[in-house]
Design a protein around this ligand. Structure first.
Ligand SMILES: Cc1cc2nc3c(=O)[nH]c(=O)nc-3n(C[C@H](O)[C@H](O)[C@H](O)COP(=O)(O)OP(=O)(O)OC[C@H]3O[C@@H](n4cnc5c(N)ncnc54)[C@H](O)[C@@H]3O)c2cc1C
Length: 389
């Protein structure tokens, strides 16, 4: 297992703080209003080394254990307080892993280095208008025609879907097989003829790019298939583990962001002749937040340490138990975020209802964290099955 130097974590946290203070905070409200952030931010995140964290050196990456990646994720969520920014800026972390694990060497070289360098944007497209939870029922088809696949269908709620240069798309290649075994993964270039995309309006993640995408006879070279035909469902399931672990880290950071803002406010705001924080009820609210934050942090560290030790690749019982831990951790972390956003808004009072406070934004953003990447109900169901119930 890689041992992380605590100094590396301090350095990452400092770099995140500087980046957020100078390059995010002054503009965030305007980006939220505009419904997008500048594309140049990908280049900045790449220059800072954050896009490449956890990827192989041969593809332009910097191998990094989960402990280090989490440090960056938690710090960015805590300092920046914007899920929309993080979801889009790091959409490659759900789009690229299937290519890293299963793509041919040529496909990896064609797609991955430019994305990690901040020159191109990658997204993952699984969810369809007909449903996201029941992945095995997806209907987008890719029919083989000579050296190409011809893709027809529709995807929805796709993060970075409008901007993406590469879409990792779940398609049905075996048109006779309506279940999981008929599914494959295909890389579709964003500029492919027949591909159209429409931005969607949302409750939160306002500066994030979220799209509905149509494929009308889109021709894709067969060499863009990721892994074997029919292996898509398994690829999708494996990919979810990393996404859920990252979402738990994000949720922890957002919970801490609410706590920090609530503490600052409670120290400054006076009612009945004293600071809010001097009222016992308010201090107890803060401690209820802190208690959940610390349990989430400890659990995240424990599950990540097991991933760094290689347990997520273990097909035996320990691997299944780890998958259950990831599912339950995602639920716990997002519930912590929800609780802290709720208490944060309450402590800020009317100000907590105002645009521009982190608590207000995070309060609107929590539901997508509880639905995306595997909804709460599904996390419980999957965990219970992994535990043999
Ligand atoms: C802002 C945003 C960004 C997203 N980004 C992406 C992306 O980049 N790529 C991508 O592919 N998808 C993305 N998604 C889609 C997301 O992953 C799905 O919304 C999620 O998987 C749920 O699918 P659904 O919305 O179709 O809900 P449904 O599948 O219709 O389910 C609706 C509700 O019913 C519950 N439910 C379903 N089945 C059961 C059951 N058997 N038992 C009990 N309860 C059940 C679910 O938990 C859910 O709460 C995004 C979504 C949003 C909102």
């Amino acid at each position: 297992m890689d041992v992380v130097d605590p100094q590396d974590i301090v350095q990452i946290e400092d770099a995140v703080r500087r980046f957020v203070q100078t390059e995010v905070k002054p503009h965030l409200d305007a980006w939220e209003e505009a419904g997008e952030f500048p594309r140049s931010l990908y280049q900045r995140a790449a220059d800072l080394g954050w896009l490449a964290m956890g990827y192989p050196e041969s593809l332009g990456g910097t191998p990094a254990p989960w402990a280090l990646r989490n440090a960056m994720t938690v710090a960015l969520a805590r300092q920046g307080g914007s899920g929309g920014l993080m979801a889009s800026l790091f959409s490659h972390n759900i789009g690229l892993p299937p290519v890293v694990r299963h793509g041919s060497a040529a496909l990896q070289q064609e797609v991955i280095p430019d994305v990690l360098a901040g020159k191109k944007i990658a997204a993952l497209a699984i969810t369809e208008p007909g449903g996201g939870t029941d992945v095995s029922a997806l209907r987008t088809t890719a029919r083989r025609d000579g050296d190409d696949y011809v893709v027809n269908g529709e995807k929805v709620f796709i993060t970075s879907g409008v901007r993406a240069d590469w879409l990792t798309v779940a398609v049905r290649t075996d048109l006779q097989n309506k279940g999981p075994m008929g599914i494959s993964m295909l890389m579709v270039p964003g500029d492919a003829i027949g591909l159209s995309r429409v931005p969607l309006k949302k409750m939160g993640w306002l500066c994030s790019d979220t799209a509905q995408i149509r494929f009308d006879g889109v021709r894709v070279p067969a060499r863009y298939l990721v892994g074997e035909e029919g292996a898509g469902f398994k690829i999708i399931l494996t990919n979810f583990n990393g996404e859920r672990l990252s979402m738990a880290a994000m949720a922890l950071g957002f919970a801490e962001c609410c706590y920090d803002e609530a503490v600052d406010w409670a120290r400054q705001r006076k009612t009945f002749g004293m600071a809010l924080v001097d009222h016992q009820v308010i201090r107890h609210k803060l401690m209820d937040m802190k208690m959940r934050i610390e349990s989430t942090r400890a659990w995240l560290q424990a599950v990540s340490a097991r991933a760094d030790a290689g347990e997520q690749g273990d097909k035996a019982a320990k691997g299944a138990e780890w998958v259950a831990q990831v599912c339950l951790l995602k639920n716990h972390a997002t519930q912590t975020m929800q609780f802290c956003a709720d208490q944060g808004v309450q402590i800020l009072g009317g100000m907590g209802f105002m645009r521009g406070t982190a608590c207000e934004r995070i309060y609107r953003e929590v539901k997508v964290m509880m639905i995306g990447g595997g909804a709460e109900e599904i996390m419980k169901e999957l965990a219970s099955r992994q535990l043999g119930l």
